[in-house]
Design a protein around this ligand. Structure first.
Ligand code: S3P
Length: 416
């Protein structure tokens, strides 16, 4: 295991760059956008809303139509597998004077939307659900009023839906979270001239008449980089360098957790773009030890928790995760998917209502796992399978296309 790798662009920032560029006055330039199924879903939904989004490419120009410039869609909005597409764009549509029907695949259709419907309804929009609070969902937009919302949770998607609704309606919005979630929307809005104030776990957006276009280099996705940090930590030798990684402090929880486990990760901050910190990571193998993840830490590493469980199983150490019930409503029930699949390859793991435990075991892991169509489960077990001594087959490996289409090629290249 050796070399240098630049993983693809950050998924969260890529979604936001398309959405905010569509709402800006004038031409934005986006370099290094993630070309994956989730981001394609956002591009397609924006096109259905009349935005001038070209084909995704390494260098793109987007001509924004202004903050209330989107048009009534002539078809249902297909959000595919993407929760970010649905929740952020529901916030945008809620503030436009038209209705739109949001649809998604089977996994997305099961995911809860009440968390955005509640605050957006309070602001004056209307939501119609056909089954429970999942998709399909029809959003009836309106002139919205100001809101001061306590989410009693930590969700960047909920926070962003409210911020975007406030932006388009030109009203002040304030959101309080239990602990701060990723803040890419706030950073990008600020970089585009909006007045956004953050104070601990509270954020306030003041009315803006317009959004300036943005020029942004999308940094590499820290959630994708995490797979290779894990691989290099579990390897028998060598060294791996990850370049251009987004080091936004709301996304570095995984690096903190694996460092606490004993991993050797040197971080070098090097640049900023679109309000985001960027840097390199140099990772060498190291013996790992047990750790515990509790609620306060969860928002900063929510997407990396399946990987941490696989790392613990691969390193033969104990891991306990609590305060992470949210994992049950991701692309799959990630608590059940991780525990069932770890058991299927011979590891000792158990489910908790709000997390899981992995118990140290030294045996070699082997067998077949079913990622349940969930990209992050497939990649986490892909790393476990590349760790020496394990023989694991991942069924439906193509589901990685949601966030990291060339994952298997990159893994083969650095693990060769
Ligand atoms: C995301 C926010 C997180 C994360 C998801 C992407 C975003 O979800 O799990 O993969 O881009 O805002 P929540 O906001 O629901 O925690």
């Amino acid at each position: 295991m050796s070399g240098t790798i630049r993983v693809p662009g950050d998924k969260s920032i890529s979604h936001r760059s398309l959405i905010l560029a569509s709402l800006a006055d004038g031409e934005s330039r986006i370099r290094g956008i993630l070309d994956s199924e989730d981001v394609r879903a956002t591009a397609e939904v924006l096109r259905a809303l009349g935005a001038a989004i070209p084909e995704l490419a390494g260098e793109m120009r987007v001509n924004g139509a202004g903050i209330r410039g989107l048009l009534p869609p002539r078809r249902a909005l297909d959000c595919a597998n993407s929760g970010t597409t649905t929740r952020l764009l529901a916030g945008v549509v809620a503030a436009h004077p038209f209705s739109a029907r949001f649809e998604g695949d089977a996994s997305l259709s099961r995911r809860p939307m009440k968390r955005i419907a509640e605050p957006l309804t309070y602001m004056g929009a209307k939501f119609d659900f056909e089954h429970g609070d999942g998709l399909p969902m029809t959003v009836h937009g309106a002139d919205l009023r100001s809101i001061d919302w306590d989410t009693h949770a930590s969700s960047a998607q909920v926070k962003s839906a409210i911020l975007l609704a406030g932006l388009v309606s030109e009203v002040e919005v304030r959101v309080t979270e239990k602990s701060p979630s990723r803040d890419h929307t706030e950073r990008m809005l600020r970089a585009m001239g909006a007045d956004v104030e953050t104070d601990g776990n509270q954020v306030c957006l003041r009315p803006a008449r317009r959004l300036s276009p943005i020029e942004i280099d999308v940094p590499a996705d820290p959630s994708s980089a995490a797979f290779f940090v894990a691989l290099a930590s579990l390897a028998g030798g060598g060294e791996l360098t990850l370049t251009d990684v987004c080091l936004n402090p709301t996304r570095t929880g995984f690096l903190e957790a694996i460092t606490r486990m004993g991993a050797q990760v040197d971080k070098t901050a090097s640049a900023r773009s679109g309000g985001e910190e960027i840097g390199s990571l140099r990772v060498r193998p190291a013996p790992l030890r047990s750790t515990r993840i509790t609620e306060a830490e969860v928002p900063s590493l929510i997407d990396e928790l399946p990987l941490l469980a696989c790392i613990a199983a691969g390193a033969g150490v104990d891991l306990e995760i609590t305060g992470a019930a949210e994992l049950r409503v991701k692309e799959s029930d990630r608590i059940s998917a991780v525990v069932q699949n770890l058991r299927a390859v011979g590891a000792d793991a158990e489910e908790l209502p709000d997390g899981l435990r992995v118990h140290a075991s030294r045996r070699e892991l082997s067998g077949t796992i079913d990622p349940r169509g969930d990209h992050r489960i497939a990649m986490a077990f892909g790393i476990l399978s590349a760790a020496s001594g394990n023989h694991i087959t991942v069924t439906n490996p193509d589901c990685v296309a949601v966030s990291y289409p060339r994952f298997w090629e990159d893994l083969r290249r650095v693990a060769a």
